[in-house]
Design a protein around this ligand. Structure first.
Ligand SMILES: Cc1ncc(COP(=O)(O)O)c(C=O)c1O
Length: 397
């Protein structure tokens, strides 16, 4: 047995806790699933995907089964650029790179910019799986707490950015996972100014812009680009096409492109078949139509979730009333949401304890609720059941 780097394994286990909880909920079966961030299978466009696959094989033939270019097929890269324009993202002079999932993009950028002497900073709580490459390649990942699990405090960010070894700020400014927060235009402007002042690169993970149908303030990256400051802007088709395609994209300044390509060339992780299907989905207009439909559906679900929380939750529970996209993070004073996870599951409801998103601190009174899977009929039923278990615990205490 080789000498395993056990601290890396321990962190990997902690950072992938989210998956562990989701698996427990899925395995339980027959529950209202507020845990999974994978889109509702009932909304999967099976027929359209079958047609896309057939068209790709008929029209693109052997190209679909060749080795891929390291940063993706040019036609898909161009198509992503036009899709992004429809979603309100335009960064003149940027290059598009395709990656097999958003975390692969974080991995490529970390490899390019970090070493054992430099580090990154990220929000707390956040989507921990994206932090793993930053942790492995760099010296440390510092945190900035989102105030009341809602707001980015730019003064706290400024304090961390002043540390000279901090080179990357990983941020999820739109429909933040797990809080649902969207940073305002003025906060985005302040962030862009701070990263410029301290010569830090922002990895802006904007995966949830698609879920919002593009209704979000201008990306931080676009502001950075106007000031000729480097940026990495990330997005993904996972939430609006299907996560199994493993198609994500990044916009980067032209100067970074050859360096990222050199690193990506060492592991060809992209599938031409999937890329061509994504290309056809965009070219035919199918994807933008689906994005518009899904964003209306998710908006309806989010409203139902907020109304249901108001209707059923006891006074000791609080949440972000402005949450958007997929997630709401609840804080239930006096109730340990890790301990009651199994009771709630037995009552027919699954969620993810907040612990799966906290890497520096602990707060067992928190949980993430996600509306990717339950529909507007299931959401009130699920919240009612969850609230009942919580109220029973509060009464017992
Ligand atoms: C903030 C964030 N980034 C990235 C991802 C994953 O994206 P992909 O499926 O492209 O790897 C998720 C998935 O939940 C996420 O919440």
């Amino acid at each position: 047995m080789p000498n395993v780097l056990t601290d890396r394994v321990a962190v990997a286990e902690k950072y992938s806790l989210l998956d562990e909880y989701v698996i427990m909920v899925v395995k339980a079966g027959n529950v209202i699933d507020f845990a999974s961030g994978s889109p509702d299978p009932r909304l999967f466009p099976k027929e359209e995907v079958r047609e896309l696959a057939q068209r790709v094989i008929n029209e693109h033939g052997v190209e679909a089964f060749s080795y891929p270019p390291p940063l993706g097929l040019r036609k898909l890269r161009n198509a992503i650029k036009s899709l992004l324009t429809e979603l309100g993202v335009s960064i003149p002079g940027s290059k598009v790179a395709i990656t097999s999932g958003a975390v692969r993009a974080v991995e490529l950028v970390s490899t390019l910019l970090l070493n054992e002497k430099s580090g990154a900073v990220a929000e707390e709580p956040t989507y921990l799986q994206a932090l793993y490459p930053l942790y492995v390649v760099g010296r440390e990942v510092k945190y900035i707490k989102l105030k009341n699990y809602k707001y980015l405090n730019t003064a706290s960010l400024a304090k961390v950015l002043r540390e000279p070894h901090i080179k990357i700020y990983y941020t999820v400014p739109t429909g933040h996972n797990p809080t649902g927060a969207t940073f305002s235009s003025s906060i985005r402007g302040e962030v862009a100014e701070l990263v410029r002042e301290h010569d830090v690169l922002t990895i802006e993970d904007d995966v949830y812009r698609t879920v919002l149908g593009g209704e979000a303030p201008e990306p931080i990256s676009a502001i950075c680009a106007r000031h000729s400051h480097p940026y990495v802007y990330l997005g993904s088709l996972s939430k609006v096409l299907a996560p199994g395609f493993r198609i994500a994209y990044m916009l980067i300044p032209e100067g970074l492109f050859p360096h990222i390509r050199a690193i990506a060339s060492n592991a060809l992780t992209l599938s031409p078949l999937n890329m061509l299907m994504a290309y056809e989905a965009i070219r035919s207009g199918f994807l933008i139509k689906r994005i518009r439909e899904l964003s209306r559906e998710f908006k309806e679900r989010m409203k139902t979730l907020k109304d249901s929380l108001m209707d059923y939750m006891p006074d000791c529970a609080s949440w972000n009333e402005n949450a958007e996209g997929y997630y709401i993070f609840i804080k239930v004073k006096g109730v340990n949401m890790i301990k009651i996870f199994n009771d709630v599951l037995r009552a027919g409801v699954g969620y993810v304890p907040g612990d799966a998103f906290l890497y520096n601190s602990a707060d067992d009174e928190t949980a993430r609720l996600c509306i990717a899977r339950p529909n507007t009929e299931e959401i009130p039923e699920g919240v009612k059941k969850l609230a009942k278990v919580i109220k029973d615990k509060v009464n017992l205490n």
